[in-house]
Design a protein around this ligand. Structure first.
Ligand code: ADP
Ligand code: MG
Length: 500
């Protein structure tokens, strides 16, 4: 079990933290959950609002099949029960960003039932130290609009662009026991959503945010009363909020106080949570089935289509990279952590002429190492994502091919790559135009070796006298004299002969 030993030390002994997360993930879809209005991020306020979203009298909601499809696919990806019969309910409350006066959500019969997610705290080997986190349900609901208080000294405005956008609320069981586990859960969930393509996982833009439920207890005791910190929008903040909130609760309890079930807000500048309001119960919202909407009934053909459309998921892909391609656990984890990286890596293999001759496993290790150290290194320097790489998978494959067949050495390969980044030219062209081809011409290499030995007669004597370590020096000098263009294997062989 992962991190089961995280404890908060109090005056009366050690306390255990219990965490459950409700993640709101914006469904990737061109239109809203019940209207045809657009959902693009960053549009001018109130330019993506249909009459349904503005709750004009008599307007009726029509479910968007794509949003349902994405939620079902997400459920399948976390191995969850898909409910063929589900229903929408009205959650009634007043707030100025909610023109309907209710949110259409699902309480009694959610679309997706129980599922699970496997987390690990071991970044080097995600199969090593795993823990299963239960997922209680995923339901589909509408987002609200946004109030803007910073546009005018005495007025507030409302932007309804987000009103009616489809959200999936993914509710975990209270199975996490440390900030690190909660962080791993959010990251893993985000990875899966991005693989499935049901949410872009962009936490800065608010496409994914978490309500963080925290309670503390003495180990072995029943669960304590929880607080819920709303709308936390980064993995780091989720972890900070838990840490702060757990310590606060321990202090209250050790001072003889009681935890009140309440809704809190996280202040990212100070790293603290603050009370917002006492928590309402479900019955306060007067939930009832929405009379404007029929229950959702899914048929087998639709479910089958959803299942068929699922990609290979991150864990399966990672294990395949290890087993079939022979990659290290760490490299496989790095390459599969983002769907985009895995796509790039697979395109690199697909473009490789060597793969066609020798098979993926022959080429995969060198390709993985190059992508993780050279390409990632360059992208880091340039501040670019892999999707914006100035070098394409086909160009990468050409470069790796030239290294693999001995046309250029590994060291020269790095230089050629730098030139590719600068000029956008292909590796073959660069090698040709700049005369970088590696030589295996034994005559030329022998001549250089003779020169090197002549200049370093003292070292030759030392070597022959037993200083074996000097061999590397001769290799270096010879390579340097040949501008790095000699085939290292040939240099080694000829040097051994010449030095005797
Ligand atoms: P609500 O919808 O009112 O927020 P739920 O019963 O759906 O309440 O639970 C919400 C979340 O709170 C779930 O993620 C659940 O795992 C978590 N949770 C429930 N009880 C506790 C507890 N004692 N400590 C921490 N988290 C809890
Ligand atoms: Mg809640």
């Amino acid at each position: 079990m992962t991190d089961s030993t995280y404890r908060i030390r109090g005056e009366t002994g050690d306390w255990e933290v219990v965490i459950g997360l409700e993640v709101h993930a914006q469904v990737t879809s061109n239109a809203k959950l019940f209207s045809g209005a657009a959902t693009a991020f960053g549009a001018e306020p109130n330019t993506q609002v249909s009459l349904v979203d503005a709750a004009m009298p008599g307007m009726l909601p029509t479910p968007n099949k794509e949003c349902i499809r994405q939620a079902v696919r997400t459920g399948m990806a976390i191995d969850a029960q898909i409910n063929k019969w589900s229903r929408f309910d009205r959650k009634n409350y007043f707030y100025a960003d909610l023109p309907q006066g209710y949110q259409i959500s699902q309480l009694y019969h959610p679309l997706v039932g129980e599922g699970r997610l496997l987390i690990s705290l071991d970044e080097k080997d995600p199969d090593a130290d795993t823990k299963e986190i239960g997922i209680e349900r995923i339901h589909v609901e509408q987002d609200a609009g946004k109030l803007m208080h910073d546009q005018h000294p005495t007025r507030s405005y409302v932007d309804l662009n987000r009103s009616g956008v489809a959200l999936m609320e993914i509710v975990s069981r209270p199975d996490m026991r440390s900030p690190a586990e909660a962080g791993a859960y959010v990251r893993k969930l985000r990875t899966i959503l991005r693989y499935v393509g049901s949410c872009d996982g962009n936490m800065e833009e608010g496409s994914m945010r978490a309500d963080v439920n925290v309670s503390v207890r003495k180990p072995g005791e029943p669960f304590g009363t929880r607080t819920e910190t709303k709308n936390v929008n980064s993995v780091r903040f989720v972890m900070q909020a838990i840490e702060y909130e757990a310590k606060r609760q321990v202090e209250v309890l050790e001072d003889g106080g009681r935890i009140v079930q309440e809704t809190r807000l996280f202040d990212p500048d100070k790293g603290v949570t603050r009370s917002m309001r006492s928590k309402e119960d479900a019955h306060d919202y007067r939930y009832f089935p929405d009379p404007d909407l029929l229950p959702l009934e899914l048929d087998d053909a639709f479910l089958e289509e959803c299942r068929q459309s699922l990609p290979e998921l991150p864990d399966a892909k990672r294990q395949r990279y290890e087993q079939a391609l022979g990659l290290s656990a760490y490299n496989a984890a790095v390459l599969t952590a983002e769907a985009e990286t895995a796509r790039w890596f697979e395109a690199l293999l697909a473009e490789s002429a060597l793969v066609q001759k020798k098979g993926e496993a022959e080429v995969a290790k060198a390709a993985a190492n190059w992508l993780i150290s050279d390409l990632f290194g360059a992208l880091n320097r340039l501040g670019k994502d892999i999707g914006e790489s100035p070098v394409s998978p086909a160009q990468g494959a050409e470069l790796l091919g030239l290294i693999a067949d001995g046309t250029i050495s590994n060291t020269l390969g790095k230089q050629v790559f730098e030139i590719m980044l600068e000029t956008g030219d292909g590796a073959g062209t660069i090698v040709e135009e700049r005369g970088l081809k590696q030589t295996s011409d034994t005559g030329a290499i022998e001549a250089v070796i003779a020169e090197v030995m002549e200049k370093n007669a003292d070292k030759v004597a030392d070597y022959r006298g037993g200083k074996d370590k000097l061999f590397g020096f001769f290799v270096g000098q010879t390579m340097k004299a040949m501008g790095g263009k000699a085939n290292p294997a040939v240099v080694n062989e000829l040097l051994k002969k010449a030095l005797g």
